[in-house]
Design a protein around this ligand. Sequence first.
Ligand code: FBP
Length: 341
Amino acid sequence: MITTFQQHVSQEQARFPGASGEFTWLMSGIALATKMIQAEVRRAGLAEILGSLDQMNIQGEVQQKLDVYANEALIHCLSLRESIGIIASEENEKPIILAHKSPNARYAIVFDPLDGSSNIDVAVTIGTTFSIFRRPDDPHAGDPLEWVLQPGRKQIAAGYVVYGSSTVLVYSAGRGVHGFTLDPAVGSYILTHENIRLPKQGPYYSINEAYCDKFGDLYVNYLKRLRSGVLGQCYSSRFIGSMVADFHRTLLRGGVFIYPATTDFPTGKLRLLYEANPVAFLAEQAGGRASDGTQPILDVQPHDIHQRTALIVGSEIEMAEFERCVQDCAGQRSGDARAAT
Ligand code: FBP
């Protein structure tokens, strides 16, 4: 018999004695909003919803009509959930304060309504990401920002939805990673990928090599190592240009996704809170790892809701090789420093 996303979340919640059902109700808001978004994405070429608006978002990017629709759909559905005190979105400069003073407000949610904006108008896979925190333990945490500026390791749940050949929602509430495919006939997300495990090694590395002259030595050396066959296989490369889609393939097939710091984006291009944190949470839950080049992504203490980060995420073998390159680079640097003195 089928298991729907709603059933799965409520079974997960039932493990918590005294659970109120608020978390399940919250997750149903994500399910509803992403079904609305996928409906617009599916008919994007037919409806007046392709193309951009004559306005920029906080990232300095021209907003796509679908970006704005997706953002409004998520804010609408989630604002109806009393347990949510704070919402933060890639498309909004400031967090949206709902009812963080209300005793019922227990959660903060951050999301990227539509990841992969450059692919919207060309019918290439795009996605939505989300990351959920409990309100800070400190009752005096008056500043709403403190609800969302928590290290990724404090996430109680995270996930994404990819709008590709099928619409797939992947999430974890801290007990494994599970995937649900939207059955348009039933109108529900059906469990199709239970307890996803990242393969120990994969066939692909994924990076935008067009920027390779802007990468630091660490990434140049790492790519050389991957291509050298030292990990016992030849790699092929894949880069869709929608982080969610590139990560989804990596999660199911293995390998590594890399968005390094570059000379254009010295602190990385992707955003920590709603791009790196959700996929890092899923990767670790599925037996993989995620780094910013210096430490695990989930240990980074955020200081701004739109802060950027380098992201290297993937299978055990590729990530271990990356960490070896980090050591080598550090050794090289201290060697150079000693030689200079
Ligand atoms: P948004 O589309 O949400 O701004 O996300 C950024 C993103 O599109 C990622 O999904 C993707 O990995 C990256 O930018 C691609 O950027 P580029 O084409 O410059 O490598």
